[in-house]
Design a protein around this ligand. Sequence first.
Ligand SMILES: Cc1cc2nc3c(=O)[nH]c(=O)nc-3n(C[C@H](O)[C@H](O)[C@H](O)COP(=O)(O)OP(=O)(O)OC[C@H]3O[C@@H](n4cnc5c(N)ncnc54)[C@H](O)[C@@H]3O)c2cc1C
Length: 384
Amino acid sequence: MKKYDFIIAGGGMAGLSIAYYLTQSTLRDRSILILDREQKNRNDRTWCFWEPGEGPYESILFRSWDRVEFHGTTLSGLLDMGDYRYKMLRGIDFYEFMQRHLARFPNIEIRQATVNRIKETVQGGFVIADDEPLIANYVFDSTFALNLSEPENHNLLQHFKGWVIHTEKPCFDVTRPRMMDFRVAQHNDCRFVYVLPFDEKTALVEFTLFSKKLLTAAEYEADLRHYIDRHLDTGPYTISETEFGIIPMSDVPTKENPSEHIIRIGTSGGYTKPSTGYTFRRTQTYLRNLVQNLAQTGKPHRPKSWFSGRFKFYDSIMLNVLENNRYPADDMFTLLYERNSPAQVFKFLDEDTSFGEELRVMWSMPKVPFTMALFSVMRRKIVG
Ligand SMILES: Cc1cc2nc3c(=O)[nH]c(=O)nc-3n(C[C@H](O)[C@H](O)[C@H](O)COP(=O)(O)OP(=O)(O)OC[C@H]3O[C@@H](n4cnc5c(N)ncnc54)[C@H](O)[C@@H]3O)c2cc1C
């Protein structure tokens, strides 16, 4: 049985990113096998994220903006993002960049195969892929499915359907993406639309919900059409691409290191920010730190302080407010951006704030619903 230094189960966003950071470290010569059941040759998703200054993928960004529009209930207009930029990266550009980069390393093998089993053994992490047994010092697993059914956790879903539309007449302002437009019927959920312009005649329009239940295909489409007719003066348009996605917004406790030789990464490792669903940039930060620690100490752990655990608690409170509909979501997000600078909100959501800054952001939220949510979270998480 062939033994590798590292097997990466799942060569999607997190799997390819960890391989990339390994090639940039002193571990670049180690034997690495990347397994994915797909070829990763389709534009299967588009990542958007905010970031201060330049990040690792500047050369392959599809678009980048220094301001975004927000349309809430009592606040509507452009948000000044300070040093942050809102960035858009197409899946296909990321996959091709990674494939080109990793092909330069003869010690890295990418294989199209289905992972059937991952198991801890005394010799290392054991993997069965397409019925072939394989072993590695460490297995990085991004194929593990989270359990989103335990009642003590908040288990919302972020689900969305988007269309890339082409219009006949110029109608989009390429400098003004809409990050959150709440001018859609809320139906006691949290519902909003993104409009990300590619050029004056092309944009990705995405209808997004935070809720427990998915809609039917016809419902997403009806809301998309309604929004385009009402809020975008497009005239006739054609649809060239569709995107549908579901991202877990859950505070389920995740095990990044379930055993000595197995490490879960990406969505499987709980890298998704529960209260927003944003995963891309956190994954980059977490994996850079993980690889750095692995190179320095030989241990594939992400250094964490116990105090950083407070952010999970904030996430649970926010999920509790949303899940129990304790306050209208469109009003809540409006207050967040009305009472805090967008840069401060991004810093808070990136978990880069000091405790004092966090108290200021939380103080800007409606007191009664958030206090009720706090007690509810304590009851659910501690009493069970
Ligand atoms: C449509 C969509 C849009 C998103 N947009 C954003 C965004 O704008 N911003 C943001 O921050 N986050 C976004 N996310 C959330 C998150 O960033 C992505 O889901 C991201 O791809 C997660 O990375 P990952 O490596 O954990 O999972 P994936 O990228 O899904 O990678 C997992 C890989 O494992 C493979 N795999 C799974 N099971 C097996 C198996 N048994 N055998 C072999 N291979 C297997 C899959 O083929 C896949 O390639 C989006 C998610 C989706 C679905």
